[in-house]
Design a protein around this ligand. Structure first.
Ligand SMILES: [Fe+2]
Ligand SMILES: [Fe+2]
Length: 302
């Protein structure tokens, strides 16, 4: 495929981008709870017209907490997957250095998200529950074919690019530390998305067309598994929301909340990656049918 990505170039870019957790969070820095944390394109709270503007902001912040938790969770299976892939060829070259750097950055991101989460919990005042445990979710994902997992990870890394580029860069109203988190994550994930592309190509190159088709089934299965998780997460968000604002929504409002917010989570974590043009290009390169299958179902996640 003609993308021009190389281990050497990503390694060089990653060396020049490198940041420390202490540059972003820690010390006496606190989150500003008078501001939204998430871009509206991901939070989709404005459509819930039965909420006051203060309530919309609280829901937006609960979505921010969820974002920290879900990313912490997915990076927990990205890390072992990348390390397993590294072990396939231990020649001391740019490939191994680039992939180890990738793994090291994901370990740092897990710590970064956890650090933000504890600052959030200290300031928000209401407990926000999250699906899990992360070990069980990682085990469910990692039991699939390596190509199924690699495709999911590729989708996640392009999705992160879109989250920042589409909605954060020009949105000046976002809480400054949160905006900084998304920007720093985006900077390193840009290299990961290229490395994931190389990983997908390396794995697919040794598979038959039938094996690739089966791996695409597996990728869709993991997507369906996460979609159920996002439905459950939406109910947990509703519960946290009602406790945070101190009122219970009536039945109609609850239904609208659950439907609208489940779709918002689908877009945030599935649709925004599934429809990314670079993800679709890599899919098409390994199997044009796979691209057609994903394009046929992606509207349900948008
Ligand atoms: Fe990351
Ligand atoms: Fe990453």
């Amino acid at each position: 495929m003609n993308h021009g990505y190389s281990y050497q170039a990503t390694l060089k870019a990653s060396d020049s981008i490198h940041w420390r957790i202490e540059d972003i969070i820690g010390g006496d820095r606190r989150l500003d709870f008078t501001k939204p944390f998430m871009p509206e394109s991901l939070a989709r709270v404005e459509a819930l017209t039965f909420l006051t503007s203060d309530e919309k902001q609280i829901l937006n912040q609960i979505r921010g907490h969820e974002y920290l938790s879900i990313f912490g969770l997915v990076e927990e299976f990205i890390l072992p997957f990348v390390l397993d892939h590294v072990r396939e060829d231990l020649a001391a070259d740019d490939r191994i250095r680039a992939l180890l750097q990738f793994a090291s950055e994901e370990a740092k991101h897990i710590q970064l998200f956890k650090r933000f989460e504890s600052v959030f919990v200290a300031g928000f005042g209401t407990e926000c529950a999250v699906i899990g445990p992360s070990e069980a979710i990682a085990a469910e994902v990692l039991k699939h074919d390596p190509l199924s997992i690699a495709l999911l990870i590729l989708q996640i890394e392009w999705m992160t690019q879109r989250h920042y580029l589409d909605s954060v860069r020009d949105n000046l109203g976002i809480e400054p530390l949160f905006a900084s988190l998304l920007r720093h994550h985006w900077m390193e994930e840009a290299q990961h998305a290229k490395l994931d592309t190389l990983i997908v190509e390396a794995i697919a190159a040794r598979m038959t067309a039938a094996e690739i088709d089966k791996a695409v089934d597996g990728y869709l299965e993991i997507g369906a598994f996460f979609d159920q998780g996002f439905r459950a997460q939406t109910a947990l968000n509703l519960d946290a929301f009602e406790r945070a604002v101190g009122r219970t929504l009536d039945e109609r409002a609850r239904t609208a909340f659950l439907e609208g917010q489940h779709q918002a989570l689908r877009w945030t974590y599935l649709g925004s990656g599934m429809t990314h043009l670079n993800f679709l290009a890599t899919l098409a390169a390994i199997s044009p049918e796979a691209r057609a299958r994903v394009e046929a179902i992606s509207p349900a996640f948008c």
